[in-house]
Design a protein around this ligand. Structure first.
Ligand code: UDX
Length: 436
């Protein structure tokens, strides 16, 4: 099939590349000329494992094309995916201006029956809104479909190619048939395509992300309580997760969730509720607790060191989670800001997110080339991201380099006994503090 994707951000580029890999001809449209030229030359503008390989394979196979010309792309296909940003507006609600603007342009370009597929995370009722807008501008038949993405950064290609489900929200037989044809290579391999109405589909995305954010936050509260009563959250987590109804995934406590999805979607669902007079009490708490959780280690560091004035703190991990260079809503940034406010200096290290932080914080902090250089002469080490390379360090090297052997671990990476044996002061989340 011939497919147009509008927007080559994270979702658009991964979806476009993977749809091409399923055998479709995909025309990716972006207004950013520089980015389009870059992609035409075979350069991937984002970091995502496996993406480059699939991207290059499909450019070479003549199935993946890039252009700034929306009209040209629309002429070639009767399925148009919208993968446009829906950033939080000032009041937390999703800003639909990009989606509506492009929908308006599409309305004046289509000349044959077209399916407009919304891949962006949009509030309930957006498909209807987009449909009404297009109807005002054209008499050409069309359908608007909701097809939310559930890609995790760092695993996006795998998640697209082997999803646990594909959700399609539509109200016409023709639109469902086209969507089924697009995803046929996946459904043939056993993937479940779940059909529903547009509103339920739009809400499925928000409900799924908000539920996962709630699951993490619930565990963070249990962890905080464990500290008060002397229980070990790791043991509680394993005991709880063994119940199939709960499951082991997304039960890892830490210094809160970040990223481009959970914080934005929780806020947007609260806001959508407010607009119709519905109060999402659980989600309001989730949001408040998560904000607090991000910097929960700062008072502990301050207490341990007596003061933060003129102390040098190493921070391992800047990305909001491992396997990505994305620093949006990262807990590391909140911790760094708080530590700076209190007079500390910061030396930071991340395997790939340093450039992004440099753009934001410049020389307010210093940056290390590797994780061991980062801890040279520091008063404490904070671990903010669960990167694999932090999981098994040479503790002897750390001992030699750090001025003060104190680790504040926001991701519970280490075994308590091991840290005790090495003589560290070790504070993690929801577990006993090791005081040597
Ligand atoms: C998420 C959803 O998983 C994905 O389905 C959706 O489409 C987009 O949002 P992503 O933002 O890439 O994906 O990150 P995810 O892996 O879900 O992690 C989100 C945050 O939760 C990270 O900050 C992570 O560190 C934190 N987290 C995750 C925990 O604190 N504990 C856990 O047990 C799991």
């Amino acid at each position: 099939m011939n497919i147009t994707i509008v927007g080559t951000g994270y979702v658009g580029l991964v979806s476009g590349t993977c749809l091409a890999d399923l055998g479709h001809s995909v025309h990716c449209v972006d207004i950013n000329e520089e980015k389009v030229q870059m992609m035409k030359k075979g350069e991937v503008p984002i970091y995502e494992p496996q993406l480059e390989e699939v991207f290059l394979r499909n450019i070479k196979g003549n199935r993946l094309f890039f252009t700034t010309d929306l009209a040209e792309a629309v002429k070639k296909s009767n399925v148009i995916f919208l993968a446009l940003p829906t950033p939080p507006g000032g009041d937390g609600s999703a800003d639909l201006s990009y989606v509506l603007e492009v929908a308006g342009q599409i309305a004046s370009l289509i000349t044959q029956y077209t399916v407009i597929v919304n891949k962006s995370t949009v509030p309930v009722g957006t498909a209807k809104k987009v449909g009404e807008l297009i109807k005002l501008k054209t008499s050409v038949p069309f359908d608007v479909v909701s097809n939310p993405e559930f890609l995790r950064e760092g695993y996006a290609v795998e998640d697209f190619m082997r999803p646990e489900r594909v959700i399609v929200g539509a109200s016409s037989k023709k639109a469902f048939e086209i969507m089924e044809k697009i995803y046929l290579p996946l459904t043939n391999a056993g993937v479940n395509l779940i059909k529903m109405d547009e509103k339920s589909s739009e809400l499925t995305k928000y409900a799924a992300n908000s539920f996962l954010a709630t699951k993490i936050t619930f565990m963070n509260e249990i962890a905080n309580y464990c500290e008060k009563v002397g229980a070990d959250v790791d043991k509680v987590r394993m005991g709880m997760g063994a119940d199939d109804r709960i499951g082991h995934r997304f039960l890892f406590p830490g210094i809160g969730y970040g990223g481009s999805c959970f914080p934005k979607d929780v806020k947007a669902l609260i806001k959508s509720g407010n607009e119709i007079g519905y109060d999402f009490k659980i989600l309001e708490s989730v949001e408040q607790i998560n904000e607090k959780q991000k910097t929960i280690l700062v008072p502990d560091i301050e207490k341990h060191l007596g003061t933060l004035k003129n102390k040098c703190i190493a921070v391992w991990g800047l990305a909001f989670k491992e396997n990505t260079d994305d620093i949006r809503e990262a807990s590391s940034l909140e911790i760094i800001n708080k530590l700076l406010e209190k007079g500390a200096s910061i030396k930071a290290y991340d395997p790939i997110a340093i450039e992004n932080v440099q753009r934001l914080l410049g020389d307010r902090i210093s940056y290390a080339k590797d994780m061991y250089e980062c801890v040279e002469d520091v008063d404490a080490l904070v671990i903010a991201t669960e990167w694999g390379e932090f999981r098994n360090p040479h503790f002897e090297w750390l001992e030699k380099r750090m001025k003060n052997k104190a680790i504040f671990d926001g991701r519970n990476l280490y075994n308590l006994e091991e840290l005790e044996a090495h003589g560290f002061y070790y504070k993690s989340i929801g577990r006993k503090i090791i005081i040597n």
